[in-house]
Design a binder for this molecule. Sequence first.
Ligand SMILES: *Cc1c(COP(=O)(O)O)cnc(C)c1O
Length: 212
Amino acid sequence: MYQDLLNYSKTKGICLVIVSKTRTNEAILEIYELGQRVFAENRVQELVRKSQELPSDIKWHLIGHLQKNKAKHVVPIADMVQSLDSLQLAKVLNKEAEKCDKRLKVLLQIKIAGEESKTGYSYGILREEIDELLSMEFLEIRGVMGIGTFTSDEEVTRAEFQTLVDYYKELKTDFFPESSQFETISMGMSGDYELATDMGSTMVRIGSLAFS
Ligand SMILES: *Cc1c(COP(=O)(O)O)cnc(C)c1O
């Protein structure tokens, strides 16, 4: 299935991120051999281990909630942290990135699902804090990320995706008018990546389908 996803992403001009959480190194290498270089993990320990065991030209994204005290393990190895969800975390990431002398790519993870369990910035708080986020020299804010409600009801998902796209457009207009870097909308997983792409996603995060 990976090959179909690769063709799809090329045709649509979107970035395909393969979510490799819980997968074995062997399974990941099979997809790597087909040319895939961007993989994502949601847990720090697993990210660190796999980054040591797998080829060094893999670009690792973190997509799970990150605790501040674990940021120091992530910054040296991550190409991008998609799950920036608080000012406190941003401060720590910025400090660690400075130590590594790198600019860390981040996405603003915004809460779009009604469910309480989902992490992410509340949009209102994000807008209050964004000036401070923008002042952080070692973070490169590349766009937004959202996780929809886990549901088979397409209308629910559609409404949540539309919310994320609207947030992105507002942020772009208000805070990144000149930026050529604030261009990413990370939205869509195995069950809804086509809907997400049709609605404006530029980056999909796909796990189960890619390994099936
Ligand atoms: C696991 C995960 C995915 C991939 O989910 P699939 O349904 O397996 O494609 C995408 N995004 C996040 C944040 C995840 O935790």
